[in-house]
Design a protein around this ligand. Sequence first.
Ligand SMILES: Nc1ncnc2c1ncn2[C@@H]1O[C@H](COP(=O)(O)OP(=O)(O)OP(=O)(O)O)[C@@H](O)[C@H]1O
Ligand SMILES: [Mg+2]
Length: 502
Amino acid sequence: MVATQDMALRIEGLVKDYPGVRAVDGATVEVVRGEIHGLVGENGAGKSTLIKMISGVVRPDSGTMFVNGTPISFTSARDAYKAGISALHQELSLVPYLDATENIFLGRPYPTTRFRLIDWFSLRHAAKQIADLLDVDIPLDVPVGELSPATQTMIAIARAISVQATVLILDEPTASLSDQEIRRLFRVLHVLKQRGTSILYVSHRLEEIFEIADRITVMRDGRVVSTLPASQTSVDDLIRLMIGRSLSQVFPKRTRAPGRPLLEVAHLTSSKVSDVSFVLHRGEILGIGGLAGSGRSEVLRLLFGAERRGGGTVTLDGKSVALQSPGHALRAGIAMVPEERRSQGLVLSQSVVENLTLAHLRSFALADIFLRPSHEALVAKGLVDRLRIKTADVGQNVAQLSGGNQQKVVMGKCLAGQVIVLLLDEPTRGVDVGTKFEIYQTIRGIADSGSGVLLVSSDLPELIGLSDRILVLHDGHLVVTVEADQLDQEELLRLCYGRPPA
Ligand SMILES: Nc1ncnc2c1ncn2[C@@H]1O[C@H](COP(=O)(O)OP(=O)(O)OP(=O)(O)O)[C@@H](O)[C@H]1O
Ligand SMILES: [Mg+2]
């Protein structure tokens, strides 16, 4: 039993209902002063909703909260912030047209000069100090919308740690970060912990949770199932608590008898990659490894026509294809699951069914001459079942789905039509373990049906376990192609760092 005075945060019986779903169902959690408290659970378990209530973004229907033993009730994020709670939300909520400095200090009184003008010099200086603490190079005066997802995350983290918080809350902070950036973040979290800050940390990456958390709370279907010391539990235990059954973490069998060449890429060149050549065969899952910024996503975007090709040729089934736009690519049978799902993959204002069938309206229209809503709904329902998308019904707005379920919609969108080549950029980012392995089965099934899959993933076990072969990019160049079953993680990482094969 922890003494009450050591309790930085205590929530008791929190409830939040949304139409058709009880998102959080009587959750009780205690966060001790100076502890890192992990929070895990399947997609849609209620983690983000819980955090939004603690940070004043969403009003609980019932329940009580205490910060340092004092009862609190927030009517806004500002209230929560004043009470010492600082949060980084899963959807970053940066203002895209403001620069990093403005975003970091947004909503707080800016320092002024003695002429009552905003003291930009001091502000930039303060922003720079936080960036230095995180050991990252953040361009401080560029609209953040123009920066990479990883940099945007670092800015949001900088913002969250820029206040002296009693409780710092991070919801999936590492989803788009490189290993190196994660290391830097963890260093800072340890420093904050030493200073007595309590940290509530949500992640689907269980290894991360075990590395950093002192105690772990598991949620399932809106309820807190258990809170355990990290030292007294295991990944297997957590998974069982999260999904209520045990799960054999196995990758689908490679069924490869490689088919004929499907996609032949020769001398692909742009501002970020040069002279990349490879062949993707029918039935093959071809992984692309490399560090963040090595050109992995660029290759996919070029093949999807989302980025201008500077040179090189692409042939699909022996025919040269121009791929000047995503529209071209889709009509040729090339579909893509992009890295940044919210900005690139979804229309947040539309429903699940609209999003799932969006890219393929043409094929529906051609099949039926008139667009038949019932047909669309049928296809959408099939995908919702297949990918276990947690949604009240297919008419629900995608903005209301949990982060991981939005990711599944992006995936489903690609499966709605005829796909010959599937381009996947970090397809299981933010997806819970149970669904992850179902998605692996789905991807292997797509390859087995004769399509080709190009897979970019920073999750090394995933890249090795799922791919047939792996291309490794370094600084925009293709350095080596290897059979996946002849690699271990260490060797793959060496190659990603541009070292020669051992
Ligand atoms: N604004 C909203 N309107 C309607 N339903 C919502 C809303 N926000 C969340 N929900 C529902 O509440 C449930 C819990 O969602 P929540 O975002 O808290 O899950 P999560 O544990 O954070 O999942 P993930 O790991 O996918 O991020 C889900 O069924 C979700 O669809
Ligand atoms: Mg969430």
